[in-house]
Design a protein around this ligand. Structure first.
Ligand code: HEC
Ligand code: HEC
Length: 243
């Protein structure tokens, strides 16, 4: 390749990158007239469909690259654990990401590959069937922080997210049990700062007044929750060696 051609390529490649449409950006909690979780758009369409978990398993293949094939995500918090999440929550989050109401530049190009509301319903139906791995990323285990987090959670979060972090499928309240500590802490921070624009406004009010330490404490406690009946059975322990 000669210099002239290399020069052309150098001009063309960035232009191509720019040509890929960026994620749209929609106003959320800060915007005038915004109604949280309005019954409209792709979410409403997907909620009307009956999800087919078998078809969803195929659609999920591309997702497994980041969220892992068992939906466990990563303990370092980069990719959330998805397994066992309510289908309603999954549909809302995917629809919000696709509509530009929740920023997720890493995932946006993949979220865009889901073809229609039926496919959203299918992939959500599949993910919902997966058991929640119990070996997720935990906090420091500091008993004092855990106690502070528990007190806050029981007072201000439990009515929506449940005593064991089970959420509420009908109300689109997410399962928290089994989620990675580092992801939780990042969400807490982004919700406090108004960066997660699709967040429930009542929750934003609660978390808005939290200090850094309270965010850490509440994340610590959430990462300790476990939901009876939905967690994966712990891998069988190797039999103890005879001495
Ligand atoms: C390139 C990596 C990547 C791929 C591929 C990917 N995701 Fe994600 N996904 C992420 C990241 C990163 C986040 C967390 C963003 C944040 O911190 O807000 C996320 C968040 C989510 C959430 C929100 C979870 C929650 O607890 O609110 C859902 C639902 C989700 N992904 C579903 C999917 C599905 C379904 C697919 C396949 C169509 C997929 N993802 C493919 C990176 C990816
Ligand atoms: C009024 C009900 C309500 C209250 C109170 C509430 N939440 Fe939430 N929470 C929600 C909803 C709804 C979502 C999903 C947000 C959305 O629509 O995207 C959510 C999302 C979250 C998430 C992100 C989950 C994920 O997978 O990305 C975390 C973590 C969380 N809440 C923790 C808390 C904590 C901790 C408290 C108490 C300090 C709290 N919430 C109080 C309703 C509530």
């Amino acid at each position: 390749m000669n210099k002239w051609m290399l020069g052309c390529l150098a001009l063309v490649v960035p232009a191509l990158a720019l040509a890929a449409p960026p994620a749209p950006k929609k106003e959320g909690i800060e915007g005038k007239g915004y109604v949280w979780n309005a019954e409209e758009g792709e979410k409403l369409e997907a909620m009307k469909k009956k999800g087919d978990a078998k078809r969803g398993e195929e659609a999920y293949e591309v997702c497994g690259a980041c969220h892992l094939p068992n939906g466990a995500g990563r303990p370092d918090g980069t990719f959330p654990q998805l397994a066992g999440q309510h289908a309603s929550v999954l549909i809302k989050q995917m629809a919000d990401i696709r509509a530009g109401l929740r920023d997720n530049p890493t995932m946006y190009p993949f979220a865009q590959q889901l073809t229609d509301p039926q496919e959203l319903a299918d992939v959500a139906a599949y993910i919902q069937t997966l058991c929640i791995p119990a070996d997720h990323g935990k906090g420091s285990g500091d008993a004092k922080l855990l106690g502070e987090g528990k007190a806050l959670y029981e007072k201000e979060c439990q009515t929506c997210h449940g005593a064991n972090g089970e959420g509420d499928a009908k109300k689109f309240y997410p399962v928290i049990a089994g989620q990675h500590y580092k992801y939780l802490l990042r969400q807490m921070t982004e919700i406090r700062e108004g960066k997660r624009r699709n967040a429930n406004p009542d929750m934003v009010k609660v978390i808005g007044k939290y200090s850094e330490r309270q965010l850490v404490a509440i994340s610590e406690y959430q990462a300790s929750l476990s939901m009876p009946g939905s967690m994966c059975k712990a891998p069988a322990k190797a039999p103890a060696k005879k001495k």
